[in-house]
Write a protein that binds this ligand. Structure first.
Ligand code: CA
Length: 221
């Protein structure tokens, strides 16, 4: 599952991102409203976590713009304000869920899961290629009818590759989506994870699905 996180408080944003990545989500961050709107329009997300008080463009305006453009990605709104009218304004412009700050991460996680589950029938919920099946919501992978156990990071990488099946996914894309901001992109940790992923996905099968594109990255297909 790929999440867009629009939050201007860097520290909070990074904590939430880290928590979501540990749960196996891929996360893109935006730190103001216009950047958030731009990403929400140009990329595909399963959900958007949207702060109300944002520089450049507030969350209510971002959400209204998205809905006017018929982008129906579920929105979970975050705000420090507890006033009822802000909540009403959020729902009026098409937000799906509301969470008041401060919140516990588990609370955010469960709201997000509820939102994703509700939206499941509207989005492509299962990815398939050859005899490989990946269910992003249940975090389940099957190859040739066999259940494959993956760690959250392996799962996040596989999901990213599946979303771009047939296309090359660069190491930078992989690190941006599946590691937190402190990650040292010069290390070969991506290759290490790909190696373990290959062992689990491709090792026993004649047809190899994960391919190395030398000097660029990886692709599945
Ligand atoms: Ca804010």
């Amino acid at each position: 599952m790929r999440i867009l996180l629009v939050e201007d408080e860097k520290r909070l944003s990074n904590v939430v991102k880290k928590g979501l990545i540990e749960e196996g989500y891929a996360v893109d961050q935006a730190f103001d409203g216009s950047e958030g709107l731009y990403l929400a329009e140009s990329e595909t997300y399963d959900a958007i976590i949207l702060d109300v008080m944002l520089p450049k463009m507030d969350g209510i305006t971002v959400c209204r713009n998205l809905r006017q453009k018929k982008i129906s990605t579920p929105v979970l709104m975050l705000t420090a304000k507890t006033r009822v009218e802000d909540r009403v304004a959020g729902f009026d412009v098409g937000a799906d869920q509301y969470l008041g700050k401060p919140f516990a991460f588990v609370e955010l996680k469960s709201r997000l899961q509820a939102l994703l589950r509700r939206n499941l029938k509207d989005v492509e919920s299962i990815f398939e290629i050859d005899d490989l099946t990946v269910d992003p919501l249940k975090h389940i992978v099957f190859r040739d009818g066999q259940l494959i156990e993956l760690t959250p990071k392996e799962f996040a990488i596989l999901e990213l590759l599946m979303r771009h099946k047939g296309e090359v996914v660069t190491r930078t894309q992989i690190t941006e989506h599946t590691w937190d901001y402190n990650f040292d992109s010069m290390s070969n940790v991506v290759d290490v994870f790909i190696t373990t992923l290959r062992k689990k996905i491709d090792y026993k099968n004649k047809k190899k699905l994960i391919h190395t594109v030398h000097g660029v990255g990886y692709k599945i297909g």
